[in-house]
Design a protein around this ligand. Structure first.
Ligand SMILES: O=C(O)CCC(=O)C(=O)O
Ligand SMILES: [Fe+2]
Length: 273
């Protein structure tokens, strides 16, 4: 109640309640709705319009023309799937920018990990056989420039983005079907949710061409996007209420010939970290 009176946003409160581990997300949302109804003078168990059915602010890409101007580069809209939203963008990075990011990471890669469901630890998993590297914010001018470009494209603050996560796949390496959204009802994901909230959107930047295989596949949608250096695929991980969208199951298909290098950028609800 006091939090509502202080003007806290219902979704942030629900995330923090679920994040404490005491409540599931559903219980937290129901409790906040009941408190809002009480404040409005209603009865605790009277049916109310849920604060969580009102659409929230989302990052978005302006699709009103086929070429998007960002402050420093023109980006092409190549493909749009409306529901769930998946957009393929061309010319997001120059070839030199891709090379500069790859060179910056040199050989700092380690075996990729996933977030453990039970305790949130980073663990090696047979479903993700690639290697990964991170670029911390402020570490490389080229990365910062691209972060500003992506923020402009997505109409979402740079501060809400996780640091770039590079993934390098050699022949046979892959990332099997998974979701990028964090599960509010999984104990292990709660500490990650506490650092900026849900991952609303994903950018996958392709930093290399791949001779065969290595597509980004959405098995439930019958869709596979092939890597092309400088292109990027964007998808929304949640609906307009910031709730996880199960249609977004996706995978990095095994590389058959060549080497695939991508950079992931996840956009959180709030400031990351
Ligand atoms: O490798 C890809 O194309 C997708 C990678 C991915 O989904 C991830 O790293 O979360
Ligand atoms: Fe993913």
């Amino acid at each position: 109640m006091e939090n509502l009176a202080r003007g806290c946003r219902p979704l942030e409160m629900a995330n923090s309640m679920a994040g404490s581990g005491q409540h599931s997300m559903a219980v937290a949302m129901a409790a906040i709705d009941a408190a809002i109804a009480l404040r409005a003078g209603g009865l605790e168990d009277a049916p109310v319009q849920s604060a969580f059915t009102a659409p929230q602010q989302m990052p978005y890409i302006d699709l009103s023309s086929n070429r998007i101007s960002t402050p420093d580069r023109e980006v092409d809209v190549l493909f749009v799937l409306q529901q769930p939203q998946v957009i393929l963008l061309g010319n997001v990075l120059s070839s030199e920018e891709c090379d500069a990011i790859v060179a910056h990471c040199g050989n700092r890669y380690t075996r990729s990990t996933v977030t453990a469901e039970n305790d949130g630890a980073s663990v090696v998993h047979e479903g993700r056989t690639s290697e990964m590297a991170f670029i911390r914010r402020g570490e490389a001018e080229v990365a910062e420039r691209i972060e500003r470009r992506l923020a402009a494209l997505a109409h979402w603050p740079v501060e809400n983005g996780e640091p770039f996560q590079l993934q390098k796949y050699g022949v046979t390496q892959e990332y099997r079907p998974h979701y990028d959204w964090l599960d509010p009802d999984s104990g292990g994901h709660r500490s990650h949710l506490a650092m900026g909230g849900q991952r609303l959107a994903t950018f996958v930047l392709y930093l290399s061409d791949v001779e065969q295989g290595g597509g980004t596949a959405f098995p439930g949608l019958g869709l596979e996007i092939y890597p092309r250096k400088g292109n990027a695929v964007w998808f929304l991980n949640t609906d307009a209420n910031h709730q996880p969208d199960r249609q977004t199951l996706h995978a990095g298909a095994p590389v058959v010939r060549g080497t695939k290098i991508i950079a992931n950028k996840w956009l959180r609800q709030g400031r990351y970290g």
